[in-house]
Design a protein around this ligand. Structure first.
Ligand SMILES: *Cc1c(COP(=O)(O)O)cnc(C)c1O
Length: 389
């Protein structure tokens, strides 16, 4: 299919090879594919661990959306991450952004470290840290942008250029932004990895992940990892993800609209004399510290808003457990709005001191704005806050 189409068209119209012309293709729930004679395949599939039409449908569409030559799909975001890390070798150094999705940090330092992988974490929003990349000579640099939960925006192009000067590759975890808001390969990243369990599938109903790249050697490595380690998704989850992907553009527009309305509402609390709100973070808010960089490399702001309140922990806990519409749960990118308390949930494995250093205070709340009516969401926030205070 041509690439001249815009994002929303491209996400809906993918190649249709169904012999019956089914608009929604079937789920190829099969382990094996019949061979013509030993070694001669009917099509190019033999065994679902190493390939399945549902995987190809999803990966072709994702590659187009990420402006990538290749894409491989996996059973989860963590399986996608495993496919990359398992392609490195003992003694290789991975420089990671300091503010990393917890399980990514854990798999590097508690799983792959046992096999000789080395890790140095740096704050890559700082120029002097970016300069250090050359000195350390890593095999791979690994970032997320926006970061979780502080929504720091890192300069993908600058970090990629520096990594390349050091003969290293840059991997960007694109889960928070999703392919709609950001296409890291355009900014010279080598690998764009993401969990499709969040915005891409969009309904919180299927777990899967993907890696996009323009390097044919890396496509081979990713596919090798898929079959050698068994990182393939289920055909059903790949099918569900393809279905969800068709409405990604529509959903992201609404997530952003709701996030902007919520930010606008919360801003009044920043200027009250007895401040209950200390910091408000959203990439498209002109007050965001790296707003300029966000405008340069993002096509949208996504639906996550982080707010730091000055309220004591007990009040915060009561607040986040009392909303009617903001559901207290891990994850984001679902139709339902979710609320998360990083200090006791996603980042509870860090010590209090580490959390303080990373700016993850007890008052920090991460909101994932869903697809509900923005006025209802604001009302839910207001009523609950008034009741608690
Ligand atoms: C959720 C998430 C992952 C892991 O994805 P799973 O599908 O849950 O395995 C990786 N990176 C980021 C930034 C995430 O939010």
């Amino acid at each position: 299919m041509t690439t001249k189409y815009q994002f929303s068209t491209q996400s809906i119209h993918c190649p249709n090879q169904d012999p019956h012309g089914a608009l929604t293709p079937p789920i190829y729930s099969t382990v094996s594919f019949q061979m013509k004679n030993p070694g001669k395949l009917t099509s190019h599939y033999d065994y679902t661990r190493s390939g399945n039409p549902n995987f190809d449908q999803l990966s072709h569409t994702l590659a187009k959306l990420e402006k990538a030559k290749y894409c491989s799909v996996f059973s989860s975001g963590m399986a996608a991450i495993t496919s990359i890390l398992s392609s490195l070798k003992s003694g290789d150094l991975v420089i990671t952004e300091k503010e990393l999705y917890g399980p990514t940090y854990r798999i590097i330092n508690q799983v792959f470290q046992k096999f000789g992988l080395k890790n140095i974490a740096l704050d890559l929003s700082q120029q002097d840290s970016i300069k250090k990349i050359k000195r350390y000579q890593p095999a791979l640099v690994w970032i997320e942008t926006p970061t979780n939960p502080s929504l720091k925006i890192l300069n993908i192009r600058q970090i990629a250029t520096t990594a390349h000067q050091a003969k290293a590759l840059l991997a960007v975890d694109n889960t928070f932004a999703s392919s709609f808001c950001q296409q890291p390969l355009i900014h010279k990243a080598d690998l764009s990895i993401f969990s499709t369990s969040k915005y891409i599938s969009g309904h919180g109903a299927s777990l899967a992940g993907a890696v996009c790249t323009n390097h044919s050697k890396w496509k081979e490595k990713l596919d090798f990892a898929q079959k050698a380690i068994g990182l393939n998704p289920s055909p059903h989850d790949a099918w569900l993800t393809s279905l969800g992907l068709k409405t990604l553009a529509l959903r992201q527009e609404k997530h952003q609209k709701n996030a902007l309305a919520f930010v606008k509402h919360l801003q009044q609390y920043l200027s009250l004399p007895h401040k209950i709100l200390k910091r408000l973070l959203y990439p498209l808010d002109p007050n965001h510290p790296q707003h300029h960089q966000a405008q340069k490399q993002m096509n949208g702001g996504s639906g996550i808003v982080t707010a730091e309140f000055t309220l004591p922990l007990t009040t915060i806990k009561k607040l986040i457990s009392s909303f009617k519409l903001f559901i207290l749960a891990e994850s984001f990118g679902t139709p339902e709005s979710l609320v998360n308390h990083p200090a006791t949930m996603t980042h509870s494995s860090l010590s209090k001191k580490e959390r303080q250093k990373a700016g993850i205070t007890d008052g920090l709340i991460r909101f994932s704005l869903g697809l509900e009516d923005s006025q209802d969401l604001i009302q839910d926030f207001e009523t609950t806050l008034k009741k608690i205070l």
